[in-house]
Design a protein around this ligand. Structure first.
Ligand code: PLP
Length: 301
């Protein structure tokens, strides 16, 4: 049973436990209704990257869902650092979750539930493994519409993933690495857990609405400024996507990842481009910079 779990630790009900012991009741609305929010931050060489930004986004998500988190920013930092320490991981993927909780007496009113907070740390996961960097990703462009902002506020990090999971299945069955979904106007939106950037002669472009405002996406805006590269937040049409100079995806699970093929067709020569390379390098350089990262040990002092 515990074999299916990676090395990891969790925190719930005021204590650190083994990952395999972390369980929620079947009646929790987080499970029954995907009524939950979460955030993911990573640790690289013992340092959290952009930790405060992730916790701030998490707090905003819980407030927008009208279930504000009852823990302080500081307490969450210590919980997350504690999970990584207990799991004894140098490089880690760390997730904090808050579900709606469960109904005290089977009423349907979400306000009656007490939210449940939990967190866990597992080994760092890659959407694109470093050894495959030069190959890049082949993303399958689906015709699936990402859940529109008029239905669910996409700036709340959420588990409404059926559209994304369907996209992944379509992509895997056709032999591609991952999927890209469109928005209601048939422009590009995002993929399963990543934002998308297109590079053209004017700079880098990324959708301005209908997507999760990724911390890595924001990091790319900051890095582009440092590198004097222009950023345009605007709709990306399918034609723009296919005629891009370069394409890349961004996510806490893997960072800045080159996309060299769309549905099996090369983007340019199907090689990793210079802009992607520069941003990728600076992104990883910042991981050891105290302005951008925080050591686990400093948090646990
Ligand atoms: C988490 C996530 C991203 C990437 O956000 P980061 O903060 O950069 O990890 C993009 N899209 C969706 C739907 C996500 O859940």
């Amino acid at each position: 049973m515990s074999d299916i779990f990676p090395k990891g630790s969790a925190w719930m009900n005021e204590e650190f436990i083994q990952l395999s012991e972390a369980k929620i009741p079947i009646l929790d609305w987080g499970f029954l209704r995907s009524d939950a929010t979460y955030d993911v931050v990573h640790v690289w060489k013992g340092r959290f990257f952009q930790l405060d930004k992730h916790i701030d986004r998490f707090f905003k998500s819980t407030e927008k869902l009208r279930m504000p988190c009852r823990f302080s920013h500081e307490k969450i930092k210590r919980i997350l650092a504690g999970c990584v320490k207990k799991a004894d991981l140098e490089d880690s993927y760390v997730e904090m979750i808050q579900t709606r909780g469960m109904s005290p007496n089977f009423v349907r009113d979400p306000r009656k539930a007490t939210p449940r907070f939990m967190a866990f740390a597992v080994p760092f996961g890659w959407i694109l493994r470093p050894e495959d960097f030069e190959k890049g990703l082949d993303v399958y462009l689906t015709d699936i519409t990402r859940i529109p902002p008029s239905s669910i506020d996409p700036t709340i990090k959420n588990y409404h993933w059926m559209d994304l999971v369907t996209g992944m299945l379509d992509a895997y069955e056709r032999g591609h690495h991952t999927a890209l979904l469109v928005d209601e106007d048939n422009n590009i939106s995002e993929g399963p857990g990543f934002n998308i950037f297109s590079v053209d002669e004017k700079g880098i472009n990324t959708p301005d609405h209908g997507v999760l405002e990724g911390i890595t996406r924001q990091t790319v805006f900051d890095l582009a400024k440092e590198l004097n590269i222009n950023v345009n937040k605007k709709s990306i049409t399918i034609e723009m996507l296919k005629s891009s100079e370069e394409l890349f995806a961004t996510s806490t699970a893997g960072g800045v990842m080159p996309i060299t093929k769309v549905s099996g067709e090369n983007i340019k020569q199907g090689k990793v481009g210079d802009v992607t390379r520069k941003i990728h390098k600076l992104y990883w350089d910042k991981h050891l910079d105290p302005v951008w990262s925080t050591s686990i040990n400093d948090i646990l002092l």
